[in-house]
Write a new protein. Structure first.
Ligand code: 5GP
Ligand code: MN
Length: 345
C-alpha cells in the first residue's frame, strides 16, 4: 500500500474538474528532461483513456534518448508551433503544469498559460512553488513528478486505466530523476510503484538501455575530453568540468550531448560536490549545473552565486560573463563553503 501523501481535497477537486473538462493541455519545463516528458506523457496516456482531447506542449526540443517514448511524437514544441499552441492553451478547460515550480521555467509559454482562463493544476516536486495554479500538488520529498502522477491517478481510482505505454513513461521519469535509482531513491514506496508498473508489462531493463545506453560516438569522445580537462579541488572535496563553445564545435556537439556529465566527478572518492560550466550556444551566458551527494546543499550555492536554484543535490543557474570568471565565482563559493564541504558526515 502507498501512503496517501496527496491531500484528499486536491484529489477530489481535480476529479471534479475531470468530470467536466473536454479540452486539456499539459505543459512542462524548458529543456525537458526524462521526468518532464515522462510525467507529461504518463498523464497524457491516462487522460486519453478518459476520452479527453489532450495535448502535451513543452517550450523547446527534448533529447533524442527520450524520443522512443510512446506518445512523444505528438508532443508540441512551443518554439516551433507557437500560434497553434497559443490557441490550444487559450481554449483549454484545464491546464496541467508538470515538473516546474515557477512560471519562468516554461519560458515564453508562461505568458499564454497565465492569460488562459483555463483551470490550472500544478503537479511538481521542486521547492517553493509559485501560486499560479488553483490546485497545487507540490511534494519536494518525492523524487519525481512522474511518481506523483502515478499516485494521483491511483488515488482517483484509475490504476486499471494505466496502460503499458503510460507505465513506460511514468517509469522513465522515475528512473531518470533518480539516476537509475542511485540517488533520492531510498523511499521504499518507489519499489512498490515499480512493482505495480511491472504488472503492466513494462520491460525496465530495456527502458534503461534505451535511455542510458544509446549515446553517439561523439558524445563519448566529448566525455573523455571533458574529463581529461577536469579540475579536482581535493582540499574542498569538489570538482569542476567545463565546456566552451569552441570545444563544442570541435566535438560536433549537439544539444543533450553533455547530459549527465556533471554527475561523473561524484564517482571520485571523497568528491561530494560537482560543477559543470557550459557556454550556451543561444544566449550569451554560461549554464551552470551543480550536483552534490549527502547533505551538502548545492541549491544554496546556485541561488547565492549563480542566480539559480533547485534541489538539495541537483541545482543549476546562469552566469553572464566569461568561462574564467565563472570558474572564479565557483572557486569563491568553494572557499566560502569549505567548512561544510570538508565536514565529516
Ligand atoms: P540541470 O543541472 O539538470 O540543468 O538542473 C538540475 C536542477 O536544477 C533542475 O531540475 C532545476 O530544479 C534546477 N535548475 C537548473 N537550472 C536552473 C536555473 O537556471 N534556475 C533555477 N531556479 N533552477 C535551476
Ligand atoms: Mn523532475
Amino acid at each position: 500500500m502507498l501512503s496517501k501523501i496527496i491531500r484528499q481535497a486536491d484529489i477530489d477537486h481535480f476529479s471534479k474538474w475531470l468530470e467536466r473538462a473536454e479540452k486539456m493541455v499539459i505543459v512542462s519545463h524548458i529543456s525537458p528532461d526524462g521526468d518532464a516528458i515522462g510525467s507529461s506523457l504518463g498523464l497524457w496516456h491516462f487522460l486519453n483513456s478518459q476520452e479527453k482531447t489532450v495535448n502535451v506542449i513543452v517550450p523547446n526540443a527534448f533529447p533524442d534518448f527520450l524520443k522512443w517514448m510512446p506518445g512523444s511524437k505528438d508532443i508540441l514544441l512551443y518554439d516551433k508551433y507557437k500560434e497553434f499552441a497559443d490557441q490550444l492553451i487559450a481554449e483549454a478547460d484545464v491546464i496541467c503544469c508538470l515538473d516546474f515550480n515557477a512560471i519562468h521555467r516554461i519560458d515564453a509559454m508562461g505568458e499564454a498559460v497565465l492569460a488562459s482562463p483555463a483551470r490550472k493544476i500544478l503537479i511538481d516536486h521542486h521547492l517553493d512553488p509559485e501560486p499560479f495554479c488553483r490546485i497545487t500538488i507540490s511534494h519536494p520529498e518525492i523524487s519525481s513528478t512522474s511518481e506523483l502522477v502515478f499516485r494521483l491517478i491511483c488515488r482517483m481510482g484509475y490504476f486499471n486505466e494505466i496502460t503499458k505505454e503510460g507505465a513506460e513513461c511514468i517509469y522513465t521519469g522515475m528512473m531518470t530523476d533518480t539516476g537509475g535509482f542511485t540517488y533520492n531513491s531510498n523511499n521504499r514506496e518507489i519499489y512498490f510503484i515499480i512493482s505495480e508498473l511491472l504488472s503492466k508489462g513494462i520491460d525496465k531493463d530495456d527502458i534503461y538501455r534505451k535511455v542510458f545506453n544509446t549515446y553517439s560516438e561523439s558524445r563519448l569522445r566529448l566525455m573523455g575530453y571533458v574529463l581529461t580537462q577536469m579540475r579536482v579541488y581535493t582540499d574542498c572535496n569538489a570538482a569542476l568540468i567545463s565546456l566552451t563553445k569552441k570545444e563544442q564545435r570541435r566535438f560536433n556537439y549537439i544539444r543533450g550531448d553533455s547530459e549527465g556529465f556533471v554527475n561523473i566527478p561524484l564517482s571520485i572518492k571523497n568528491v561530494v560536490f560537482s560543477c559543470f560550466l557550459r557556454e550556451d550556444t543561444e544566449k550569451p551566458m554560461i549554464k551552470i549545473s551543480l550536483r552534490s551527494v549527502g547533505k551538502f546543499p548545492c541549491n544554496q550555492v546556485a541561488s547565492e552565486f549563480f542566480n539559480g536554484g533547485g534541489h538539495l543535490n541537483a541545482s543549476g543557474g546562469e552566469f553572464y560573463g566569461t568561462m574564467d570568471e565563472a570558474r572564479e565565482v565557483f572557486e569563491a563559493a568553494l572557499n566560502k563553503y569549505k567548512p561544510l564541504l570538508t565536514a565529516q558526515p
